[in-house]
Design a protein around this ligand. Sequence first.
Ligand SMILES: [Zn+2]
Length: 262
Amino acid sequence: MANLPPLFDTHAHLDEPSLAAETEQLLTACQENGLVGVLTIGTTVESSRGSIVLAENHERICAAVGIHPNYVSQAGPSDWDAIVEFAQYDSVKAIGETGLDRYWDHSPIDLQVDYFKRHLQLTRETGKPFIVHCRDAEPDVLEVLAAEYQKHGPLNGVMHSFCGSAETAQKCLDWGMMLSFSGMLTFKRNVELRELAATVPQDRVLVETDAPYLAPMPYRGKRNQPAYVKHTAEVLADCYGMSYKELCQITTANAMRFLKIN
Ligand SMILES: [Zn+2]
């Protein structure tokens, strides 16, 4: 077990009820599959607080704090202040998830943009990278990111569960961002996504699960968990034509550099 190549799941929601009930079992599975870290992602103030508690109680877990675009219209006046405070904690390594979502359309787009910009500013203030959720909103997300880049220079962030166009990928890379691939990379029909993944510079690529959602093949449709990140890593290794071990080493080194974990 000690010789397993290292893996890092850069996006999971361990505070979700379906996962929070069995943190210990999930971490055992992580250990059995070589995971050295899991970034658990906040979506509300409550879930950000829950993520911090998980990170402070488990060595392998670190936290991201933020308000997901689908929840910004539920955020109360003091909620953003709490996120700003949480962002200072040592156990917090990233800001988010933020971004824009026109698929669910739970919150007015202007409000989503307002919160997206707040997260970007918090990254500038803390030096901790932001995590972008983008669903049916590529042009809007690019507009916000382009403005940020023009005003403040290179972007310290990641496009999570990337499934956008090659043009979008190139812009994000040009702006200095990372691209993270989830279980969607393993779905049979996503041939173009695998072709795109093969072109991403090796120092800009991350892997994630987005657990409990988006389980990779062969678990598609089931509850996802961080240990399953290995299936996405196997497919990504094939995309690059490299060994699984090398892919694990590269993506884990990227994750640790990106999150400033030693
Ligand atoms: Zn997420």
